[in-house]
Design a binder for this molecule. Structure first.
Ligand code: FES
Length: 158
């Protein structure tokens, strides 16, 4: 069978696109680092005592209103990262801020009530229980128990 130049180039083009798409799917989160747009919770608004994290809501503007979200990183030996969501008036949820696919940071999408990875794979997770809605992530997010006490949030970081 004889292949003309046009057919050869067409075949090579398709092969190249397939190879690039495959690589991006397999390694996208390693190759393309997403940027989280979720606000940082001010450092002077929280403190850690043992494994109890207290956040003063009067100093954390990003968490004041429903639909708000904020994130923080603890300087402890486990370097815990947390994303906190104010999803309904007076109701909050807290998750580990690590996508279970490749560890990238998350964002909260209030209009869909989901958490979504900031990286290329865009894994999405249920707000209710952290379970995967759409991969490539396969495992659920870790959830931290959280409660409102007066004007503060109290989380247990295990
Ligand atoms: S790190 Fe790959 S989808 Fe989140």
């Amino acid at each position: 069978m004889q292949t003309n130049r046009r057919d050869f180039l067409k075949t090579m083009g398709v092969a190249t696109v397939c190879a690039c798409t495959g690589l991006a799917t397999l390694n996208g989160c390693k190759m393309i680092r997403g940027v989280s747009s979720t606000a940082a919770i001010p450092v002077d608004s929280y403190h850690l005592t043992g494994n109890e994290l207290t956040i003063d809501l009067s100093k954390a503007d990003c968490l004041k209103h429903p639909g708000g979200a904020g994130k923080l990183s603890l300087d402890n030996e486990d370097e815990v990262k947390v994303i906190i969501v104010h999803h309904e008036p007076g109701k909050y949820k807290a998750f580990s801020d690590h996508c279970t696919h490749g560890g990238r940071e998350l964002n909260y999408k209030h209009e869909d009530k989901i958490l979504q990875c900031s990286s290329f794979g865009k894994s999405t997770f249920k707000l209710t229980n952290g379970h995967v809605i759409k991969g490539p992530a396969e495992g659920p997010l870790s959830i931290y128990p959280i409660q409102v006490v007066n004007t503060s949030l109290k989380l247990t970081i295990a």
